[in-house]
Design a protein. Structure first.
Length: 747
């Protein structure tokens, strides 16, 4: 049989591994998906999740056509009818109650999909509601808020220069399972092994001895929620022992004396009880970090989705800045991606927007145009002007991914109209009135618009579609654009005319920050953007006016989609390089070490320091698995096989204290609900901490996921309290939830 091989990127997680897809002659089926050994970034590395790229094509439960909810269940309908029905229902709610009666929600997978990034904006323009939500407030917001306040933009986020560092302090991250997050770095096992082989040191701070911690030089079993206290204790030591040295960042740093005064009360002896780490160890870690030839501190989910996510992120960057490890090789560095979305980050005055409006019910601050998920259910529940009565959701499943999941489930059931863009009828989309399925990733051209902002090396790679779309399917960009057209009353526009408007918007936003802004006009950019309607030409525009672009012929040899198509394995643009002061976008032009929004949260931390050491409740945390990606890969047989993964991990001491047995069942009860989970006794857990992964609970009525329903697991977010948030960012607290454990006899 004649076959063809297509080289592209895996779009399942943040690692952006290069893959080689062997397809049949007609490009109708993917026969084999393996790592691309010639990819300059991933060098052949892939994880088990790569099988999802091909397995998704064959999943019988994946929707191929739109479906509409009826009294008899979901029934297939045609695309024109589905889009008209979707638009009519949304328009009815908008006209009766105002546009704020419609909510928009973007799930995590949209970050991996250029179509969704570029064309969701068209729908936002058609529905300019203040009730916009995303998975960001369940994930990244503390880091983005902190980076925005310190450096001037959400995407001005320094990443670990892992390939050159001598000392890597990793907090609340497990990249051997997650493959990096806000640290796009394929092959982390190889990179961490190389660090240790060259004589470097890896220290992992985590309540669990995770897969990454097990390979580290040192594991520090911090108490959940104690990361900010721990790192501020280290910062205190830097000042106390004269170890502060700003290095090359010194000319652009403001607020050192303010920080000195703020951390004066956070001596290791004062924070030790709350973070669960001996004061002597805190001092030793601070000295080792400051003494290393190069060092970098990095935190991720465990530091973001806890009570002090923004303070923890701030403390981590203070450690990097105050030891001279910001913007230096081996430290924390600012990538320079070939396509920058920084135009979507700061406001016009250079500061990220916060609190321009508040949620109707809880008065929660808007962050970068979105409200936190802590406001999601209450905005649907509470009657009155502005009550959310309709929802458009893309690639999201908050019924299993957001706190107080049962409350969200009930709220969704009461909506007047719900439109979902999704592959499946899952726990959330079963409430939709119409579901519009996208084409699967291997059928789409794409480019990693977002994730390469966090890459540990500057690279660029075009990902061509490996297979032809199935008959009757439609790419999500077309569906988003057509729905926006109908809502705007612009149905007479052709797809090409509507896409021209999207392209103009992209050019108008990006060109003012381009190095070609003085020699190119928006009209010249649009005139040079040839090709068919769709995301390819928008990506081409962004590449060509980007930092490595050809400027539409003004820089021969520069990047364009055509150039990347010729370099099928990708283009290596080099190691991260110093970017100060260019990476700073604050109004002052300085790195702000003591932003007021962050500093005013310190009294809340002080109350935690006073009370935490006396709190003996069990604290629940999540965990990652290399075969999972949140909730949406559990229906693929190749990833669902093997041992049960949705188990409750507890330390032997806690098992004995609460009467739990290996393989038995335990009731896990929090303020908002309880679940029953299989027990796994494991001394990798810190005593007083239990772990249950999120993204499970696939046994609800109406869920059409045959494989996942056979091993549904339990929904950890039925226990997680939606009243708990990180105050500066509004992010939901997912780790460190107080729970009661008890055995379930007779099962």
């Amino acid at each position: 049989m004649t076959t063809t091989t297509v080289h592209r990127t895996c779009t399942i997680c943040e690692a952006t591994c290069g893959i080689s897809v062997e397809v049949d002659a007609g490009r109708r089926a993917a026969l084999r998906v393996v790592g691309d050994r010639d990819d300059p970034f991933s060098a052949g590395h892939v994880c088990p999740k790569v099988h999802a790229m091909g397995a998704l094509l064959d999943d019988p439960d994946r929707l191929r056509t739109p479906v509409r909810r009826t009294e008899r269940g979901f029934e297939p309908i045609g695309w024109d009818e589905a889009l008209e029905f979707a638009a009519r229902g949304l328009a009815r709610v908008r006209d009766a109650h105002g546009v704020d009666a419609i909510a928009l929600y973007r799930g995590n997978p949209t970050v991996h999909d250029a179509q969704s990034i570029l064309y969701w904006n068209a729908l936002q323009r058609a529905l300019p509601t203040r009730n916009q939500f995303s998975a960001g407030s369940l994930d990244t917001w503390p880091r983005f808020v902190q980076a925005g306040l310190m450096y001037g933009g959400f995407l001005n986020t320094p990443v670990p220069d892992v390939d050159r560092t001598d000392y890597f302090l990793m907090l609340g991250a497990n990249p051997l399972a997650s493959h990096g997050s806000l640290m796009t770095a394929p092959g982390m096992r190889r990179r961490l092994d190389a660090l240790r082989a060259r004589g470097g040191t890896l220290v992992v701070v985590d309540p669990r001895r995770s897969e990454t911690a097990a390979r580290a030089d040192e594991h520090v079993a911090v108490r959940p929620g104690g990361d900010a206290a721990l790192v501020l204790g280290m910062v205190h030591c830097l000042f106390e022992e004269g170890l502060v040295d700003l290095g090359r960042a010194a000319p652009w740093v403001r607020g050192v004396d303010d920080v000195r005064a703020l951390v004066a009360r956070h001596a290791p002896e004062a924070v030790s009880g709350a973070c669960g780490v001996p004061a002597a160890d805190i001092r030793r870690l601070a000295r080792a970090f400051a003494a290393a030839p190069s060092a970098v501190a990095y935190g991720r989910m465990g530091t973001c989705v806890q009570s002090f996510g923004t303070l923890a992120s701030w403390a981590i960057d203070l450690l990097n800045v105050l030891t001279g490890n910001l913007d230096r090789p081996g430290g924390a560095m600012f990538p320079e991606p070939a396509v920058s979305l920084a135009f979507a980050g700061p406001g016009k005055d250079g500061t990220p927007p916060y609190g321009r409006w508040q949620s109707r019910v809880g008065g929660r601050d808007e962050i970068q145009g979105e409200l936190p998920m802590a406001a999601f259910a209450e905005e649907m529940e509470a009657p009155g002007d502005g009550q959310v009565r309709a929802l458009v959701i893309i690639a999201g499943n908050p019924v299993v991914s957001a706190p107080n999941a049962r409350r969200i489930d009930r709220a969704l059931a009461g909506l007047e109209h719900m439109v979902a863009f999704d592959y499946y009828l899952n726990e959330t989309t079963r409430h939709a009135h119409v579901v519009l399925p996208p084409t699967p990733p291997l059928a789409n051209d794409t480019y990693d618009l977002a994730l390469l902002h966090f890459a540990v090396r500057n690279v660029a790679k075009w990902s061509p579609a490996a297979i032809e779309p199935e008959d009757g399917t439609r790419p999500v960009w077309r569906s988003l654009l057509d729905l926006a057209k109908q809502l705007l009353g612009a149905g007479a526009l052709t797809t090409e005319q509507a896409d021209d408007l999207v392209l103009r918007q992209v050019a108008e936003q990006a060109l003012p920050r381009s190095r070609f802004r003085d020699v190119l006009s928006v009209d010249e950019v649009l005139a040079g953007a040839g090709g068919e309607a769709g995301p390819r030409r928008a990506i081409d525009v962004l590449l060509r006016i980007g930092p490595y672009g050809d400027g539409f012929g003004r820089e021969p040899g520069g990047l364009s989609v055509e150039r990347l198509e010729e370099s099928v394995h990708g283009v290596d643009l080099g190691a991260l390089a110093p970017r100060l002061p260019g990476a700073i976008q604050t109004p002052s032009g300085a790195i702000e070490l003591a932003p007021e929004r962050i500093v005013r949260d310190l009294p809340r931390l002080d109350r935690f320091l006073a009370d935490a050491a006396r709190d003996d409740r069990v604290l629940l945390i999540g965990r990652r698995d290399v075969r999972s990606m949140n909730s949406w890969l559990h229906n693929l047989p190749s990833l669902a096989k093997g041992s049960e993964r949705c188990t409750l991990l507890v330390h032997p001491d806690d098992a004995a204290r609460h009467g739990l047995a290996q393989g038995g069942l335990a009731r896990v009860e929090g303020r908002v609900g309880a679940v029953v989970a299989r027990v796994e006794v494991d001394d990798a857990m810190r005593p007083g901490v239990a772990s249950l992964p999120h993204g499970w609970g696939h046994d609800l009525p109406g869920v059409e996921l045959a494989v996942a329903r056979r091993r549904p697991g339990v929904n950890a977010n039925a226990v997680v309290d939606d009243a708990l948030v990180d105050v500066p960012s509004g992010t939901s607290v997912l780790n460190g939830i107080p729970v009661a454990l008890s055995p379930v006899p007779g099962l």
